[in-house]
Write a protein that binds this ligand. Structure first.
Ligand SMILES: *[C@@H]1O[C@H](CO)[C@@H](O)[C@H](O)[C@H]1NC(C)=O
Ligand SMILES: *[C@@H]1O[C@H](CO)[C@@H](O)[C@H](O)[C@H]1NC(C)=O
Ligand SMILES: *[C@@H]1O[C@H](CO)[C@@H](O)[C@H](O)[C@H]1NC(C)=O
Length: 175
């Protein structure tokens, strides 16, 4: 493709200009498997730590801290794998790198209690319903062949947050 054929393409994307500074910061929301009264529930949390403008070399970009990690692994799953009912093994960030997953509660048929996660900006969820607070846990399934990054938080720390609402983040929560 020569430059002349690229021109109409560039004209169609006027947003391809350098990003402005963050003002005001839009706090990051994530769906979380947590627990209440000994049973897993799904909630939408807003992280207290705001995103910041980070710079590496001459590039500036928006960065959201997820805190310190204990261990990090990249994990490969076939399509249609069910983990069955299980508590989170540790408090961990789950980042979908490719494919998609479904996280839901046993005995809970409300669609809003199901978190569908696929790769992208909203491809992050937190599994915090460890056995000490939810002996039975939640159900996780892969919808298709999926690759996920697991990052346990340092010392099992739960990130500072406010609870936006029960059930998965949706609509306005995920702009
Ligand atoms: C779902 O319901 C069954 C039957 O009442 C019960 O045995 C099971 O513990 C429930 N599961 C959860 C996660 O509460
Ligand atoms: C984790 O716990 C150890 C031992 O108590 C402590 O030295 C370390 O600073 C803690 N790390 C974080 C990130 O809180
Ligand atoms: C987080 O959710 C709030 C309330 O729904 C919304 O105003 C805000 O834009 C969301 N933040 C992001 C980064 O999507």
């Amino acid at each position: 493709m020569n430059f002349a054929t690229l021109l109409p393409f560039l004209a169609a994307f006027p947003s391809m200009v350098p990003a402005a500074a963050l003002s005001p910061p839009n706090l990051f929301n994530i769906s979380v498997a947590t627990a209440e009264y000994g049973k897993s529930i799904i909630q939408c949390w807003q992280l207290t730590t705001p995103p910041s403008l980070a710079t590496i070399g001459s590039g500036s970009f928006e960065s959201q801290s997820l805190g310190k990690a204990q261990a990090v692994s990249i994990n490969f799953f076939p399509a249609g794998l069910s983990f069955g009912l299980h508590p989170a093994p540790v408090v961990q960030w789950v980042v979908v790198l490719s494919g998609s997953t479904k996280v839901y509660l046993q005995n809970q048929t409300d669609e809003a209690d199901t978190v569908f996660t696929s790769a992208g900006k909203n491809g992050v969820l937190l599994a915090a319903d460890t056995a000490d607070i939810s002996p039975l846990g939640h159900v996780t399934e892969t919808v298709e062949e999926t690759v996920m990054l697991f990052m346990s938080t340092a010392n099992g720390t739960v990130p500072e947050h406010t609870v936006l609402h029960n059930k998965a983040c949706a609509g306005e929560d995920l702009v």
